[in-house]
Design a protein around this ligand. Sequence first.
Ligand code: C2O
Ligand code: CU
Length: 462
Amino acid sequence: MVNRRSFLKTSLAGCAATLLPKFSLAKTTDGVLELTAQKGQARLYGEDGGLSDLWLYNGKLPGPEIRVKRGERVRVRFRNQLDEPTSVHWHGIRIDNAMDGVAGLTQAPVEPGESFDYDFIAPDAGTYWYHAHTMSWNQVPRGLAGPLIVEEDEQLFDLERDITLMLSDWRLDEDGTLETASFGAMHDFSHAGRLGNWLTINGVSMPEIPLQQGRWHRIRLINSSASRVLDLAPSRFGAKVIALDGQPFETPRDMDGTLQLAPAQRMDLVMRPGETGDIPFETMTGKPFTFATFKVGDGKGDDLPLKQPAINRLPEPDLEAAWEIPLLMAGGAMGGMRSMMDGRTREELNQMMQDGLFWVLNGKAGMGDEPMFKASRGDTILIESRNDTAFAHAMHLHGHHFRVLERNGKNLEHPDWRDTFTTVPEETVKIAFVADNPGKWLLHCHMLGHAASGMTTWFEVA
Ligand code: C2O
Ligand code: CU
């Protein structure tokens, strides 16, 4: 993260803290939520920054919070009022394939002026989000993202103390508005992706987040950034982790040190502040940088006892019978291109780069006509990934959650469920899941420029 000092080349004064705004809720008519992608504006750099031209859901940054109960039917009438096609993906939901929102794979893109009805069941409680899934490298970092919260059967936290924080990284110009000239820059695609120089929480710069002394809070973190991996240290403000990517642990965990929240990942925290006062919320990349402040005020009402959300019933992989699939990530700048040479001539490689393809999965750049594998419903798939590139990646599997079993040949103490896993250069990671959801599903890097320049493949469950 470029911090405020290095970002400020002009004379922008420090911006005043803003109270965290309440999420708007999606409007409903007869139980159908109305969601419209449209142009809009927001101040990303506080009062002193200019107004940025953005693409928003219902004119809001982030999009409205959609909250449903576990097992509830979600009906969304989606309208596209942008000048380009789009579609909506419900990230992390084990969804009906036809509702997955992947233009070109599960549906036709929604053209300007057109609409599409999404209709699905949210089977698992937890913290999820939705975002554009057509040219997402361009649409998500212009604002097309919002939270999707699936509540447990039983209400565990007072609603005022159940707080969603969508963390977004922006590349701002010197006047504090969204920098747009570099969208789609090949340099970003072939390196770490489009990284920003400023962070907002729920669309606001440096917010104050009100908490209550002596009361349990649930804090739901969502990283909606195009490429930025956030280094966070919940233990520095006394929080425990209770869930990752929507899936709760058996018990809350004290996790010391720095935890990574990669693009698309979620982390649910619980905390009960002991005293009133200010607590900084920092990113830990380089020097700790405070990008929000928890303002602890007096406790109100009863403190609900801390209860761990119930485990979602996900199908358990059968490792004995697993089908092993290698996933070799190669390509990218800083020496990674060499690893793409395999089976290619220099001319072919040059042609790929001219076509904006810098990354391969198992030697292939992009989707292709054939799936990476075809599973029968119920097969356990064990993916052994190896990162032969010079960059970190955040790999997302659609329609399923998987257990992360091993890193570099070592069994993990907690083989947590996730829908997006991170991997650093030279690392091997083993994940396993039951392919129980029929349809065509993506597996791609959630660093959106990487996904657009080769790191996207798909598989089919028959
Ligand atoms: Cu969150 Cu294929 O995306
Ligand atoms: Cu990547």
